[in-house]
Design a protein around this ligand. Structure first.
Ligand code: PMP
Length: 425
């Protein structure tokens, strides 16, 4: 297996954005972490000799770093459609963002969510009143179920938490409708956009959502930086997420100990020396994705169609779906089970014999995966997940489909007919 070579892929599709080889290793695991955009790598390389402490140093490098850090905040605000008055807090990733939000919500907040959420959205709310809604098989029922659940919550603030796109099935949740229902009931809504933002524009303004959480490493930047963006009031009133320098405005000695006046903006929750390089990378990735959104979507739509039609030809392969609605919009993530082949074995064979990287397991969404495998009449609680992105080529998709035919050993070997644009035996 050849390692990804620096360069660009997808030139023929007009998406010359990504570091990564088009030959050799086929990374079909973008939903876990996406490869670094060439533009991001170049920007980080350029900044690398200059990074220094932000906000506090008087030197030139510190001034450059502070400028770059705050410009990244602006880029993330634009990327997420932040409104005047919204705060952008830099975090480590989506998990960190949602844990920060969980600390910031008022004590008596009721949290309402669907039980098929990723663990990052499902688990941080311990100690709050949590109402888990069994995810219905139709999107309209999900909206109705949310209305009922909100009406049944005890008095006090209420927060709906929902993923923009499922990390298991790639299906989009009806976020705008859920936001409308939440607001009609006087609740707030937070969107886990870890999986949606790499594939679709996510705008707080357009969705009329209150908070959004993103991860840089899913947005074609390296690891270590993410953001929570949204309404400032709860964040301003909450205890700092971490206590330390940067979060504190004034510290003084008092007879009974130490007196602290905390900052009230984003710095309140960004104590310690920040990940300036990571934040810069995140900001550049956000700007690049926004600038190329149409091409990103077109590239993925073509490959997803090719993948869908290819998988449909593999005997004994069943895709997992949250919703039965035929018109459910999806990003390029597909999970499936294959009769008689254990997902771990299938994923290992795809890697060892074909150089294809997929993921198997329950994808940090145990309840969702168990439920969906069961609904697909499968055994066990795990599946194989294939996820597409800018590092994916047609050859990767074709290699996967061919490999699945060979590994299942059933039926003829299929190839993609370039002339008529469909799979033929
Ligand atoms: N939410 C969803 C829907 C995800 O897919 C993931 C990552 N698998 C997360 C949250 C957590 O993201 P991170 O690991 O970057 O914190």
């Amino acid at each position: 297996i050849a390692p990804p070579a620096p360069g660009t892929v997808g030139d023929d599709l007009g998406v010359p954005l990504v570091t990564g080889g088009s030959i050799g290793y086929a990374n079909l695991d973008h939903a876990a972490s996406a490869p670094c955009l060439t533009a991001v790598r170049r920007a980080v390389d350029e900044f690398l000799p200059w990074y220094a402490s932000v906000h506090r140093g008087a030197g030139f490098a510190s001034q450059v770093s502070t400028r770059i850090y705050e410009r990244a905040r602006q880029a993330v605000a634009e990327f997420t459609g932040a409104r005047t008055g919204d705060t952008v807090v830099f975090t480590r990733n989506t998990t960190d963002s949602l844990n920060l939000l969980a600390r910031a919500v008022p004590r008596d907040t009721s949290v309402v969510l669907f039980d098929t959420e990723h663990h990052a959205a499902l688990l941080p709310w311990r100690g709050r009143h949590v109402r888990r809604i069994p995810t219905p098989r139709h999107r309209a029922e999900a909206v109705a179920a949310l209305t009922r659940a909100l009406a049944e919550c005890p008095e006090g603030p209420r927060l709906v938490v929902v993923t923009g796109a499922s990390n298991v099935t790639g299906e989009l949740l009806p976020v705008a409708e859920l936001a409308r229902v939440a607001h009609a009931e006087g609740a707030r809504i937070a969107v886990d956009a870890a999986q949606l933002a790499p594939h679709r524009a996510v705008s707080l303004r357009d969705l009329d959502a209150d908070y959004v959480a993103i991860s840089g490493h899913k947005l074609y930047a390296p690891f270590g930086a993410g953001a929570l963006v949204g309404r400032a009031d709860w964040l301003r009133a909450a205890e700092p997420y971490l206590a330390g320098g940067g979060a504190s405005k004034l510290v003084s000695e008092r007879e009974d100990g130490i007196g602290v006046v905390w900052n009230s903006g984003a710095e309140r929750h960004e104590a310690g020396s920040p990940n300036t390089l990571g934040v810069y990378a995140l900001g550049v990735a956000c700007s690049e994705l926004s600038a190329h959104r149409d091409r990103v979507e077109a590239h993925e739509a073509e490959l997803l169609e090719r993948l869908d039609t290819g998988l449909a030809c593999v005997p004994g392969l069943r895709c997992l779906r949250l919703f039965d609605d035929a018109d459910t919009e999806r990003v390029g993530t597909v999970s499936f089970i294959v009769d008689g082949i254990e997902p771990g074995l299938l994923a290992a064979a795809l890697s060892a014999e074909y150089g294809i990287g997929v993921r198997d397991g329950a994808f940090c969404a145990h309840i969702a995966t168990r439920r969906l495998v069961d609904a697909a009449s499968g055994e066990g609680q795990q599946a194989v997940r294939v996820s597409l992105g800018l590092g994916t080529t047609r050859e990767h998709v074709d290699r996967l489909v061919t490999a699945l035919h060979e590994l299942t050993g059933r039926g003829p070997r299929w190839t993609y007919g370039q002339r008529d644009g469909r799979w033929v035996p």
